[in-house]
Design a protein around this ligand. Sequence first.
Ligand SMILES: Cc1cc2nc3c(=O)[nH]c(=O)nc-3n(C[C@H](O)[C@H](O)[C@H](O)COP(=O)(O)OP(=O)(O)OC[C@H]3O[C@@H](n4cnc5c(N)ncnc54)[C@H](O)[C@@H]3O)c2cc1C
Length: 483
Amino acid sequence: MVLAYYIIAVATTKMDIAILGAGPAGLGAAYKLAKRQVAGVTVVEKATAVGGLSSSFPISGIFADFGSHRLHTECRPDILADLQLILGDDLLLRKRRGRIRLQGRWLDFPLRPLNMIKKMPKHMAFGLLFHLLFSKFRKKPTENSSFSDVMMRGVGPGLCRDFYFPYARKIWGLEPEEISSIQALRRVSARSVGALLRRVLSSLGILGKSKAAYFYYPRKGYGQISEKLSVAAEESGATVLLGTEIKKIIRNEPSGFKILLSSGKGTYEINADQIWSTIPLTNLIKLLDLPVPQDVHQSLNLLESRAMILVYLAFNKEKVTDFDTHYFPEEQYSFTRVSEPKNFSGFGPIDKTILCAELPTQVNSKIWNMSDMEIGQSVIASLVIAGVLKGSEIPETQIKRLPNAYPIYKKGFEDAFYLVDHWVGSIEGLVTFGRQGLFAHNNLHHVLEMAYGAVDSLQENGMFDKENWRNHRVSFDKQVVVD
Ligand SMILES: Cc1cc2nc3c(=O)[nH]c(=O)nc-3n(C[C@H](O)[C@H](O)[C@H](O)COP(=O)(O)OP(=O)(O)OC[C@H]3O[C@@H](n4cnc5c(N)ncnc54)[C@H](O)[C@@H]3O)c2cc1C
């Protein structure tokens, strides 16, 4: 009788896992974990909506995203299959239609051979050819190399000077020589003339069907992916707490954690055997009620994020252009990209459209502190110069400010990240992943790989298999951002 009671007790006692952050990483893990039924799952999110950087919100009846977002066809097949299952017909396959503004001309993006021959400035095209012929003789980048070294060797001085370097200065706010080579490896998929040419030729179908020519996009904005993941996770038993702030994380003895929370319902606490955190690493460490070693504390200052201002312009007309995204590498424009969200899904009101300009900057920079009206006016003026808008158009403006848009890989950040990551990883029961949790510049499909890797590392008995997780972590280092 006593034995029977014991067996029932063991069989029904599940671990509790608290997931911090309801962006795609947190929700992907909650969805996969709840389906396995090996742990109780609670997701804690400070915002009042799910999706993090990948969420959407309505402007003029159109689903707007935080800048140009698309699900790339490079998404791992099993993850894509899950997203197709939960989104059904709402996950659309769309043809890309972008263009790059370079020296007063527009080049198609994805790049196409005939268009390149016609539109690429001649000195740039000859520079690329010359670089291709002599690339074998160039010095290989070493451990100490910078973004500048890798790109100069890969594509040569012409393309670096006119495209990659001004773009890099705008995105990360650093000189190319100050940026770690890891940024080039993680951020630039076409970082050699050969890779660039393969991309261009693939648009002809010579080297197989071009993946880069298409993308997936949900009918109701990029945020629909996270919304559907959240619903599916809750249907499998997970709890998602929105508008909930984490006040403190306290270690329980002998194991587990107590998490102090605050929401509209007041202040309360939950217990968790494990915490899986996808919130910014630096914020997580501030919430931990544990003594932080001096070197870890100092390293946090080197894990900086680039902020971004998003400028939404609303028009009372069907469309501004036929393009989904316009790229602006040159420094005379304060923005790097301008997208027209309605052209991503092809759905929206017939008589309205919006544009979204992305302005990378620092929190508290001069432009960050400018009024919304001033920022809007300066973007409109630049778009008139680029020929995207006519001078007579006066759209309504809305601004959003993101403090943590991109991790900044300044040379030397690697050692700082190593120290912080190792200390956090040594806290039993605490796992970090996602863009903010691993300080990783990546896409949504990459953070879902991380989430699925974490769930794969949880054994049936509730133990977290660290060896398996380490192997997954090695594979995340190979993730390269797709634009
Ligand atoms: C401008 C831009 C364009 C991009 N374009 C693409 C694209 O085309 N395709 C693509 O796939 N990806 C794109 N990305 C990347 C994509 O947005 C991210 O990879 C993805 O959203 C990361 O998911 P995550 O869950 O790891 O982090 P996040 O999306 O940052 O989510 C983290 C969550 O944690 C929450 N949080 C933070 N602190 C706390 C706290 N203290 N307590 C509780 N919750 C907290 C946040 O509110 C947020 O909801 C782009 C990103 C940017 C900035």
